[in-house]
Ligand binder design. Structure first.
Ligand code: URP
Ligand code: ZN
Ligand code: ZN
Length: 459
């Protein structure tokens, strides 16, 4: 039985901050109050914030996509997580083309279990709406995979037509699962791409022009319509929402009793599409793309009004070589693998650009980075710093500034898309189930010490 006492910290809860001591035993928060000094280890956290370990709702480690496999495997990717105060990631099982999702689940566990240094849970991508695929939904839920991602984009790869979307949502909902949706009108994206390439418009900024805002807004509207025809039991979770209009569409359904929610990424709250015109514009290519200033501030506004439920990084990392498809030149925008890093910078971006600029409160930061995520995906022991919960904590010195560079981050690549930014909110120490796993820039835990966390059907 090991114990840790953290003295005098400012404990950040979703409904306020309290300056108290925290006693941790066997990985769980046991007591909060004015406590003595009786523990195996005593830490002084005077002036520091104790933030619930972030649960990153959206990562792609070792993800085979667009003819590449992402550069962060479960070891490097979860090291990056710990470096940013993320103690649990929710990664996407990605079955290969004709693979049964249950077999893909076993494969994902075999890849992740020996490598993870943070805890992890899993969603599963469904690439088909056929009976064989849908029959795997219930067994996966029994294994703790309760959320399933469906794509409205990437024809011949991941895209499902409306009929398959309907069938899949119905099956998922029958068992109380969550449907995660990639909402972009893939057919129109392909048309736009063809037109741009015909005009020889191949630079990275054309990625934005090939996927304008309306492509997401149409898909959000369509999926909400389809899901509403199934019923109010559907739990619809729109991943990487990049437009405020899509948030508004889901809010209107919510007001009518539907369980529709939006996730966004801190990256969309940081950059607008003009970043594609910068020297390394290709590194920023992800889908949906970065948007206009107007969209960016619209998303912050929706977050301030509690209309955006969850923050996920969509951590999907490619090396510079992969982004350039192993050539000297930047390839046409449609050949650059889609995805950007993000798990290690969730907390500092939201703290610096949100809390310190009074766009959101600390309570809101805590709610959208841990509590709501744990509730959405039924991660019962996570998401709070009250007695009984796992002691997953990011200890942050709120005054300390960091200049971001790839050297200080822990991903398996040699660049950062936030290079040179001055940010506060990186953790000094990260604690996972009562153990120090990161301190002063160093990862302290070994591969395989993270745990698989089962999702449970809830709310
Ligand atoms: O560009 C992105 N978002 N890459 C990851 C795949 C996805 O759609 O989430
Ligand atoms: Zn997606
Ligand atoms: Zn993603």
């Amino acid at each position: 039985m090991s114990s840790l006492l953290i003295k005098n910290g400012k404990i950040c809860l979703s409904d306020g901050m309290i300056e108290k001591d925290m006693y941790i035993e066997d990985g769980k928060v046991k007591k909060i109050g004015i406590l003595g000094n009786d523990a195996d280890e005593v830490m002084d956290a005077k002036g520091k914030l104790l933030i619930p370990g972030v649960i990153d709702s959206h990562t792609h480690m070792e993800f085979p996509f667009m003819s590449e496999v992402t550069a962060d495997d479960f070891y490097h990717g979860t090291r990056a997580a710990l470096g940013g105060g993320v103690t649990t990631i929710v990664d996407f099982i990605t079955p290969s083309k004709n693979e049964n999702p249950m077999d893909a689940y076993k494969r994902w566990r075999n890849k992740a279990d020996p490598k993870v240094v943070s805890d992890y849970a899993l969603h599963c991508i469904l690439r088909n709406g056929d009976r064989n695929t849908l029959d795997s939904v219930k067994p996966l839920i029994d294994e703790g995979v309760i959320s399933f991602k469906l794509f409205m984009a990437y024809k011949n790869e991941l895209l499902l037509d409306d009929e398959s979307l309907y069938d899949a949502i119905k099956e998922i909902s029958k068992y109380g699962g969550v449907t995660a949706i990639h909402a972009e009108n893939g057919a129109i994206v392909d048309k736009k791409t063809e037109e741009l390439l015909k005009e020889n418009k191949t630079e990275p900024v054309n990625h934005y022009y090939s996927r304008p805002e309306i492509v997401e807004i149409e898909a959000a509207n369509r999926i909400a319509t389809i899901a509403s025809m199934i019923g109010k039991n559907v739990k619809m979770y729109m991943v990487h929402t990049s437009t405020f209009e899509a948030v508004d569409i889901f809010r209107k359904y919510r007001e009518r009793g539907y369980k529709f929610f939006n996730e966004t990424t801190p990256n969309y709250l940081t950059y607008d599409y003009t970043i594609f015109e910068s020297k390394y514009g290709y590194r920023y290519i992800m889908s949906p793309p970065f948007r206009t200033e107007d969209e960016l501030s619209g998303l912050w506004g929706r977050m301030a009004n509690n209309e955006l439920s969850i923050m996920g990084s969509d951590h999907c990392v490619y090396s510079d070589e992969q982004k350039k498809r192993h050539s000297d030149k930047v390839p046409p925008f449609n050949e650059v693998p889609n995805g950007t890093p993000g798990t290690e910078t969730i907390l500092p971006l939201l703290y610096t650009n949100g809390v310190l600029k009074n766009k959101i409160t600390m309570d809101q930061l805590v709610t959208i980075t841990s509590k709501n995520t744990a509730d959405m995906f039924g991660l019962k022991s996570k998401g709070n710093l009250l007695p009984g919960y796992d002691a997953d904590i990011a200890i942050v010195d709120p005054k300390k500034e960091f200049k971001v560079s790839y050297e200080m981050l822990h991903s398996n690549i040699k660049y950062s898309i936030f290079d040179g930014m001055i940010l506060k909110g990186f953790p000094e120490t990260t604690i996972l189930r009562g153990r120090k796993v990161f301190e002063n820039g160093n990862i302290l835990s070994d591969a395989g010490t993270g745990k698989y966390v089962r999702g449970t059907i809830g709310y």
